[in-house]
Design a protein. Structure first.
Length: 254
């Protein structure tokens, strides 16, 4: 099915949406919300960008976007956090500071932010984790810039991702902005938190923030806070007790 906007087309749904996730949610009758609950009949629906929805191949998937629960990010003013760890916009956009990059467990410090990701409280040999463990971003002096405690992550992960459906999504910008969703959908069931932490330990799941502060010199700077944990779609089965690819059209009898 191709979703087209803004021109109307008798054969397609017409939606004026900012991005593919809201387009797919709208097609399924899902209201956009920030609750940590599954989207659709007990399933978390995730669109993943691909070059060809009929032959989707591998792509990057954003698993979830939890806000940090401790560290400078939480305990101090956001502008101060960005002053300490952010960097000027790399495209030269004035009066803007960013915090981005890819952070993997055990990796070196990011060249621009000076931060590195540490997985604290997980034993990869026994697959056990401590109740007071956390995923942390530390600076060069081992100060905790931001962190996500296991206690906060575990419920979000096990509830939100207990059953997840990953739908291939193809974008075409010309002549109009359109989305096409593939019929071969990966279903993951049984979101064991230990599997998630193991993938973090192995570097499969990584932190890839899209954080910025615009109008830094003004009295009312505009923040954008987006903390993303991402993974390659080929590594998704490792996060679940069981997974399978289904043909949505065959299942629906279309």
């Amino acid at each position: 099915m191709m979703t087209k906007t803004p021109a109307k087309n008798a054969d397609n749904f017409t939606l004026k949406m900012k991005h593919k996730r809201n387009t797919l949610e709208s097609l399924l009758g899902i209201r956009s919300n920030g609750y940590s609950l599954p989207d659709f009949h007990g399933w978390e629906i995730k669109a993943r960008s691909v070059g060809n929805s009929d032959r989707p191949g591998s792509s990057v998937v954003t698993l979830f976007t939890p806000e940090p629960t401790s560290g400078v990010y939480v305990c101090e003013d956001f502008k101060e956090f960005m002053r300490r760890y952010g960097y000027p916009d790399t495209l030269g956009r004035a009066d803007r500071v960013n915090l981005g990059g890819v952070y993997r467990a055990g990796g070196t410090a990011h060249a621009r932010t000076g931060l590195r990701l540490v997985l604290d409280g997980f034993n990869h040999e026994t697959k056990k984790y401590a109740s007071n463990g956390a995923i942390r971003l530390l600076d060069g002096q081992d100060n905790e810039a931001m962190a996500w405690t296991f206690a906060k992550l575990i419920d979000h992960w096990k509830i939100k991702h207990a059953q997840a459906a990953f739908v291939p999504s193809q974008l075409r910008n010309a002549p109009d902005r359109e989305y096409r969703f593939g019929r071969n959908i990966l279903l993951g069931e049984g979101a064991e938190f230990g599997f998630f932490l193991k993938a973090v330990h192995e570097g499969r799941v990584y932190y890839d923030p899209g954080i910025k502060l615009e109008g830094v010199s003004t009295s009312h700077p505009k923040p954008k806070k987006r903390s993303q944990f991402r993974v390659s779609s080929k590594d998704l089965p490792a996060l679940y007790v069981s997974s399978r690819v289904v043909d949505a059209c065959d299942e629906a009898g279309c």
